[in-house]
Design a protein around this ligand. Structure first.
Ligand code: ADP
Length: 423
């Protein structure tokens, strides 16, 4: 890495993964390095990293030999991946990451760290500098999102222990939806729960904020203020209905388990199932939670895999895979129709996330049947995952945009640092 350069580190902790990236602190559009630790808490946790500016140093091979087994791709040092010996918890995985980064760049060169925080509850709607009181508040919020918040807090605490002087910033994935109309936030439950914060919050906000900026860059401010449905379809999947540049509704709810079927989450369900399964299967609340978060969605319906690529490959041979793909496309189409109704029309449909960006088949099947709204997909453009995949002259512009949540985090850190310096 270049001498004297300063970096911003972004950390995005998921339920079993940590994604990270390094950006130029002055011009955060420039990304130098990105990577991911996958399978935290499972067998063979995997570390992957890619450098965009230059090769990994030879030191890296020494480091891998010392601490890792099964290092792979070390002869192709722009991109590496290997199995980590110890990543049972997010704390261990992030400890490994910080050691590795120290060897690669040295922490003196890092001026700030930004974390994606999945749930900000009712209070946090702007990026915040992480302080002791903020961590205490996040701990209090943990029951809102036991899947993500406790492990995310572990990572923030470890960063503070290792680098106490480093500025750390929390970026909330719920913030994009803070101005949704009250009617979209209300859940039809007894009022006292609303007062306790039981509302629709919505997630994937960093992704939606990026997509809206990218849409404005690509198609202009007028289009970005129009009636837009954005589909972030990754392992977690959601839709956002946006108008005048603001979120008007979104498919995820109080937790990210609501809305569309996802890789392992169920999405919306009949609430009567809780009691039915308790009576007929003796299922308790924790088991129900486990089922709807980790054993449902694509994995549950197919019984094969949570990964859309596996299911696309198997669907012609295995009816269970075919049904899982069909259900995903059908439900997504239904939600797009619902959001077009909520917006009173549709000008732009955006696909993003691992599935939305890379699967022409899923995009095609979601759009089939939406012709009545003016959605008409061009097969060749869709196959090529072109930036615009609708036919020319089609009433609704259908776009594919590669999302970048990490960039939004890096920009938020740069902004907090700028404000800090000007105070
Ligand atoms: P996360 O929500 O964990 O960030 P991603 O956005 O990376 O996940 O999306 C992961 C999903 O994208 C997986 O289901 C994967 O199968 C799917 N995916 C990635 N590439 C393709 C592809 N070429 N075709 C179909 N699905 C794909």
């Amino acid at each position: 890495m270049a001498q004297g350069r300063k970096y911003i580190l972004t950390i995005n902790s998921g339920s079993s993964s940590i994604k990270f990236a390094l950006y130029d602190a002055v011009n955060p559009k420039e990304r130098f390095l990105s990577g991911k630790i996958e399978r935290i808490g499972l067998t063979k946790p995997l570390f992957k990293a890619t450098k965009t500016d230059r090769f990994f140093t030879a030191d890296h091979a020494d480091y891998a030999d010392k601490n890792l087994h099964n290092p792979r791709n070390l002869r192709n040092p722009r991109s590496i991946s290997f199995v980590i010996r110890l990543a049972k918890t997010h704390q261990q995985a992030s400890g490994f990451l910080l050691d590795w980064l120290q060897d690669q760049i040295g922490f003196d060169a890092v001026v700030g760290v930004g974390h994606r925080v999945v749930h900000g509850g009712p209070k946090f709607t702007q990026p915040q500098r992480i302080t002791r009181p903020l961590l205490a508040e996040l701990r209090r919020l943990s029951p809102y999102d036991p899947e993500h918040l406790p492990s995310g807090i572990q990572v923030m605490e470890l960063c503070h222990q290792r680098q106490p002087k480093l500025v750390q910033v929390a970026c909330f994935d719920t913030a994009f939806h803070r101005h949704m109309p009250r009617v979209a936030k209300l859940l039809p439950l007894p009022r006292r729960l609303d007062k306790k914060g039981v509302q629709r919050f919505g997630f994937h906000g960093l992704s939606y904020a990026y997509l809206l900026e990218a849409l404005k860059r690509a198609a202009g401010a007028k289009v970005a203020r129009g009636k837009i449905v954005m589909a972030h379809l990754g392992n977690g999947a959601s839709l956002a209905a946006v108008h005048h540049g603001r979120s008007m509704d979104t498919s995820m709810g109080f937790t990210p388990a609501a809305g569309l079927p996802m890789s392992t989450r169920s999405g919306d369900l009949d609430p009567g199932l809780v009691w039915y399964l308790a009576r007929t299967e003796g299922m308790n609340a924790k088991q129900f939670h486990e089922m709807v978060h980790h054993q449902s969605g694509l994995l549950g319906v197919s019984g094969i895999s949570p990964d859309m690529r596996d299911l696309e490959a198997r669907q012609r041979k295995d009816v269970r895979a075919a049904e899982a793909v069909a259900l995903f496309c059908y439900q997504t189409r239904k939600w797009i129709g619902a959001f077009a109704a909520a917006l009173g029309g549709l000008d732009t449909l955006v696909f993003a996330g691992g599935i939305g960006e890379n699967s022409p088949e899923v995009r095609q099947r979601i759009c089939e049947g939406l012709e009545f709204l003016g959605v008409r997909v061009d097969r060749m453009k869709n196959k090529a995952s072109a930036p615009v995949i609708s036919r020319s002259g089609s009433r609704v512009a259908v776009r594919v945009i590669r999302t970048d949540e990490e960039l939004m985090i890096a920009k938020a850190v740069a902004e907090v640092l700028r404000r800090g310096n000007s105070q």
